[in-house]
Ligand binder design. Structure first.
Ligand code: NAP
Length: 248
């Protein structure tokens, strides 16, 4: 029960990696706000799983790509559970395409969902964390932001942006005992990756030194570590959870 008494917000906590992160915090005693954009049923399933494990949780609809909704989400956590200790900026999306045909709206949508949301929620959270002189912010970036990926200029730029944001904010807030880190997952077993054609999956597996796809639970374990007291002296770090694919 490493997170008993801690209040955690997970953006995009209704599905995939966010769902695993929200449940892992709940399993270790945290009170969790499970944010979602449109899939209320999925978010409520996560809440039920956490409450069944004996912890507190609520779902909250907010489109975190919008400045005012990021603020509302953070306010909701503080109103509901009286505090905020951990923010996980996980909400993300893709709209892949080659640059010559990528529409302006596909660029804006991905940058706003992945990167602007990280600013929106962090800005609101830092105000509270500063006053409390405690906070953990963990951003879910991607190997695409480290290595680049053809057909994903928008996604890779948003994820590289999160990496720069993590390092800049880590320097800005360190004096107030607020740490800011990121995890960079590689090829993780989610709906997104299971929909890929078999030949594409096989091609990707050949590039991964550990020779397998990662699980959402493996990403969650890294996030919980960075949020724990064991990681109190780590800030501005980008932790790859990628089977070795992006090693320098
Ligand atoms: P996913 O299964 O598609 O889930 C995305 C989650 O984000 C959902 O809960 C969705 O809520 C929420 N969301 C999307 N836009 C939102 C918005 N504007 N406001 C609030 N919530 C929003 O995605 P995933 O594969 O788990 O990815 C999670 C994160 O990991 C993303 O940042 C992604 O870039 C990163 N990542 C994933 C992989 C991978 O292999 N899957 C690899 C590297 C990095 P609704 O369902 O309600 O729309």
């Amino acid at each position: 029960m490493r997170f008993e008494g801690k209040v955690v917000v997970v953006t995009g906590g209704s599905r995939g990696i966010g769902r695993a992160i929200a449940k892992a915090f709940g399993n270790q005693g945290a009170s969790v706000v499970v944010n979602y954009r449109s899939n209320e049923e999925a978010a409520n399933e996560v809440v039920s799983a956490i409450t069944a494990a004996g912890s507190r949780a609520v779902s909250f609809q907010a489109d975190v790509s919008l400045f005012s909704e990021g603020e509302k989400l953070i306010k909701k956590a503080i109103q509901e559970f009286g505090d905020l200790h951990v923010l996980v900026n996980n909400a993300g999306t893709t709209r892949d395409g080659l640059i010559m045909t990528m529409k302006e709206e596909d660029w804006d949508f991905v940058i706003n969902t992945n990167l602007k949301s990280t600013f929106n929620c962090s800005r609101a959270a830092v105000r509270h964390m500063f006053r409390k002189r405690y906070g953990r912010i963990i951003n879910i970036t991607s190997v695409s932001g480290v290595m680049g990926n053809p057909g994903q200029t928008n996604y890779s730029a948003s994820k590289a942006g999160q990496i720069g944001f993590t390092k800049a904010l880590a320097r800005e807030v360190a004096s107030r005992n607020v740490t800011v880190n990121a995890v960079a997952p590689g090829f993780i077993d989610t709906v997104l990756t299971s929909a890929l054609p078999e030949n594409v999956r096989d091609g990707m597996l050949e590039l991964i030194p550990l020779g397998r796809i990662g699980s959402t639970e493996e990403v969650a374990k890294a996030v919980l570590y960075l949020a724990s007291d064991d990681a109190a002296y780590i800030t501005g770090h980008i932790l790859g959870i990628d089977g070795g694919i992006a090693m320098a």
